[in-house]
Structure formats: C-alpha cells, structure tokens
Write a new protein. Structure first.
Length: 322
C-alpha cells in the first residue's frame, strides 16, 4: 500500500495542535481498542496514544474491549457521548462485517464519525518450505498441471480479511485454493510450518518473522514496494498481479454526531503524531504502514473497502462467519 498523505501530515506536524486554542481536550481522552492487550494492533494503539498524550497535554488512556469480532468495542464508541473525548481504533473488520451483512448493534456509517486512516497492515501469501513451488508462477503452474488438484490454504479464520484476500487471489490467478479456517494466525502458521497445510494467507506481521528466519517461504506481499521487513519477497506487481495491493486498514473514529471542529482537531493531532519519525519507525517495525490523511478520504476508503469485499464475498459465495 502507498504511504499516502504524508505531506499533509508533515505540514500538520509543523503547526500547533489546533484544539489547544479552544481548550480541547480539557480532560483525559478514552481510546477504545477492540482487541485484546499484547498484540501488535494493541501495541500500535499505545504508540499513537503516547504521542497524542504529549500533543494534547491530556492523558490518552487505551481501554481494551475485545470480543464479538471487534463488535463489542466498536459498539462502546458508537454509543458514547459525541464530545471528542472517546475515540476508537476502527478495526479492519468494520467493512468486512458490513460486507457480510452481519446484524450489528450500530450503523457503521452513521454511528461512527471517521477521523483518519491510521495504519495499514499489508497482506501476504506464504508457503511451507517443502512445498513443490518457490514462487507464485510455480504455484500456478503446479496447481494446473494435474486436473482436479486442490491447494489448501490456511487463514486466521472464516470471514477474516486474510480469508477474503485468499479468495481474491484464487479468482485472479485461477489457483484452485481451498480455504482452511483456524482460530487465529498463530495456530494456522504452526500448521503451515509443519506441512499440514501448504499455503498461508495472512498479514505481514507476525508472519514476516518466520519468513525472515527461513522457517516459511514468502511468495508475495500485497504492497506497492517491497517490505523492508522481508525485502526478498516480491510484490504483487512483480509477480504479475498488479492492482492486487491489499491490507487490513485500521482507522481512528469518534462517535457519530461529534462536532466537525472536534473531528478537525483530532485529525490534526493524529496526523501530527504520524509525521513524527520516531512514531513512524516504531509502527513500521511492527509491520504497519502509517497513513494519515483527511477525515473525508478515510470515509471514502471505508465505503470502497466495503464494496471491494462485498464483491469478493458475492463472487466466491462465502457464507457469513458463524
């Protein structure tokens, strides 16, 4: 994915925090993260929260609310007071849940007010080291060499973005991929390394670690440029799949109805934080691509992401996750 809007973020970094003149925020800010503590997503939230605390002059308190496929934490913010003092790490699952038509206790596009696209976590395709293919081209050729051949692929779970991206790869390449859903990427990765499942569709981290260690083979990464974490793994364009760049996008949102001036102030502060070289370096070490940008561009991204995955779900006839 491209590192978009960084010029705007850099300009924001040169300006004083726009909310300070209006006395905002005048109390600690609650930052709801719909994931469990300890993972890379939680860590990225704490990195930005630490920087925002300095920018605001008020404590930004990370509050983990995992469960329900991110629905529990998202509902907390969707129903919170729209005073700018409660914000959400908007999950990548937001668009996927809407695309599946899952009944939700909130309206994803009315009860949340987009602030900015925070970071992207790119997708990748990997394979067991003993698999009889060392590249995407070899995988395509091998899969088509024998009629009726099936290629099982693992993902973090049914209905996850890695699952949907695997189906997207299947549709684009003609590889007869057959999904094997797990209860998380760690469990799936173990089985891929053990050779129980030959192919793995996942996000860049933490899978980049065993790829770099030679424990699993990277086939392609869904970024515009090669990742500095796994520089030997080609991009989708380099393997002939231009236009298949994909990532799990994480944004930051406020409750619907939050006044535009507060959204503008929060957006400026987050872009200012993302322009900080130290913050960006720490996020990139976790495999994230810092994004930033306007609230309007993030709102459009949410719609386009929903439309993209809705089409994949429809074309591949994927039932909603149980």
């Amino acid at each position: 994915m491209k590192r978009r809007h960084l010029l705007g973020a850099a300009l924001a970094a040169a300006l004083p925090f726009p909310g300070r003149a209006q006395g905002f925020p005048d109390r600690p800010v609650r930052f709801v993260v719909p994931y469990a503590p300890g993972g890379s997503t939680d860590t990225s939230s704490r990195i930005i929260a630490e920087k925002l605390t300095k920018i605001f002059g008020q404590q930004v308190v990370v509050e983990n609310k995992p469960g329900g496929g991110t629905i529990i934490g998202t509902e907390v913010v969707a129903k919170a007071k729209p005073d700018g003092l409660t914000i959400l790490l908007t999950p990548g699952a937001l668009s996927v849940n809407v695309a599946f038509g899952i009944p939700l206790p909130y309206d994803s596009f009315k009860d949340l007010a987009p602030i900015t696209r925070f970071v992207d976590l790119p997708m990748l395709l990997a394979a067991n080291n003993d698999a009889p293919y060392k590249s995407v081209a070899e995988l395509i050729a091998w899969s088509k060499a024998e009629p009726g051949r099936i290629v099982p692929y693992a993902s973090a779970g049914v209905g996850s973005v890695p699952h949907l991206w695997g189906e997207y790869v299947k549709a684009r390449t003609g590889i007869p991929l057959d999904h094997v859903g797990y209860k998380g990427s760690a469990e799936a990765l173990r089985d891929v390394m053990a050779g129980h499942v030959p192919v793995f569709s996942d996000v860049l981290m933490p899978t980049a670690v065993p790829i770099k260690a030679g424990k699993v083979r990277g086939l392609m990464v869904a970024t515009a440029k090669r990742s500095s974490l796994i520089p030997d793994v080609p991009t989708v364009a380099e393997v002939g799949l231009s236009g298949m760049e994909a990532a799990v996008p994480f944004g930051i949102s406020a409750p619907g109805g939050t006044p535009p001036k507060l959204i503008e102030a929060l957006n400026g502060a987050i872009n200012q934080a993302l322009a900080d070289e130290t913050v960006r370096a720490r996020l990139e070490e976790l495999g994230f691509i810092p994004v930033g940008g306007t609230a309007e561009s993030y709102a459009k991204d949410l719609v386009s992401e929903t439309d993209k995955w809705r089409k994949v779900i429809k074309d591949s006839k994927i039932p909603p996750p149980a």
